[in-house]
Design a protein around this ligand. Structure first.
Ligand code: ATP
Ligand code: MG
Ligand code: MG
Length: 350
């Protein structure tokens, strides 16, 4: 059988590995940690740094295709992998999606709407950016941010110094604060032959910068904007010659869908597809990177709600299991730290 290499060993890697196993593939994780959620499911795990070119080359040589569950990998490492094997999605997609400035410019060039933004490399830049964009804004590190980490909200020009210090005085982007009704994501799978399939767009609710719930159907205000958002997402995927699952996050605003960010991978807002869609995002990701035909992405229920179990919420597992319509997923993490995604629950209404 063939082996899929996965960079990163967290819960996304775990769920990719489960889907891969079901299709008869073996997986081999490469991650800097000793172990992680994917270790329970993947028969092979190599502990190595993302900067270790020799170890990465050996890893790429040991598998048939390399993919990732985590986009913040040094592009130089991806170049090493690419010269030793097939990397899907490719290095170009990764370069763009790991850099907020690059992804916003890329999407703007394709005609997509974004929040007003400006690059910030210094406190001086930040003050100029505020003069340009206004002080109702968010300062975000250009790289490495997730779950709202590496962000600072500004409300008046006097907040500049505090925000610049709060994000650790590093390469950043200032974004104007978008007034929106709701948030949604477009998740698509693009096959090796260029075929694209979309899942239904879920309404995503964030609490403290972390995704709390994803619900489909998303409701009329979002549904009215999905066609335009999909058209943009398909343009992005085609322009990157993308293979695999790609996620774009949007704000549903009075002016139409405003692009927020993209992820070159399976996404938390698509976990509902495991039970709620005919084919899950994980299965179609595996199918795409292995050059197989994509599975149907339609809904398997009338209504699907995914709720993240964050920190101590994972202790609710017994109550969740007492509801027969709910599907419990726990990631096997030992320490329920505050703000840590421990699992999720998906509830179907047939
Ligand atoms: P993720 O875990 O999704 O990768 P992240 O750390 O990359 O999160 P963002 O998606 O950029 O962060 O922002 C997190 C949330 O903060 C958004 O989903 C949205 O609710 C809010 N937000 C971000 N940018 C803006 C903006 N420009 N205007 C208004 N709200 C915003
Ligand atoms: Mg993000
Ligand atoms: Mg986000």
């Amino acid at each position: 059988g063939s082996t899929i290499g996965i960079l990163g060993g967290g819960q996304l890697g775990r769920m990719i590995a489960i889907a891969a196993a079901q299709l008869g593939y073996r997986t081999h994780i490469y991650a800097p940690e000793e172990s992680g959620p994917a270790a329970d499911v993947s028969p092979r795990w190599t502990r190595g740094a993302y900067e270790d070119a020799a170890a990465l080359a050996a890893f790429a040589d040991s598998v048939d295709v390399v993919t990732y569950e985590f986009e913040n990998i040094d592009p130089a490492a991806v170049d090493v992998l690419s010269s030793h094997g097939l990397v899907r999605p490719g290095a170009h997609a990764l370069r763009i999606a790991q850099d907020r400035l690059a992804e916003k410019r890329f999407v703007q060039d394709l005609g997509g709407l974004t929040a007003p933004f400006a690059p910030v490399e210094s406190l001086d830049d930040l003050e100029q950016a505020i003069a340009l964009i206004g002080s109702r804004a968010i300062l975000k590190t250009n790289r490495m941010g997730y779950d709202g980490k590496g962000q600072a909200r500004l409300n008046d020009p006097g907040d500049a110094v505090g925000a610049w210090n709060a994000i650790g005085r590093q390469s950043a982007i200032l974004e104007g604060f978008v007034t929106f009704d709701e948030e949604f994501s477009v998740i698509l799978a693009r096959g090796a032959n260029g075929e694209i399939r979309f899942w239904d767009s879920a309404a995503n609710v964030h609490v403290d910068g972390i995704l709390a719930t994803s619900t489909v159907p998303a409701g009329p205000r979002i549904e009215a904007q999905v066609a335009a958002a999909r058209a943009l997402a398909a343009q992005v995927a085609d322009a990157l010659d993308y293979i695999g699952v790609l996620t774009l996050e949007f704000f549903a605003s009075a002016d139409g869908p405003v692009f927020n960010e993209m992820a070159p991978r399976v996404h938390n807002s698509g976990h509902w597809t495991i039970e709620g869609a005919v084919t899950s995002q994980f299965e179609n990701h595996v199918r795409a990177i292995c050059g197989l035909p994509l599975g149907e992405t339609g809904l398997a229920a009338r209504r699907v709600e995914m709720r993240n179990l964050i920190g101590a919420q994972a202790n609710e597992w017994q109550a969740i299991l007492s509801d027969p319509a709910s599907h419990l997923h726990l990631y096997g993490k030992h320490e329920a730290r505050a703000g840590r995604k421990m699992g999720h629950v998906t509830r179907l209404t047939l």
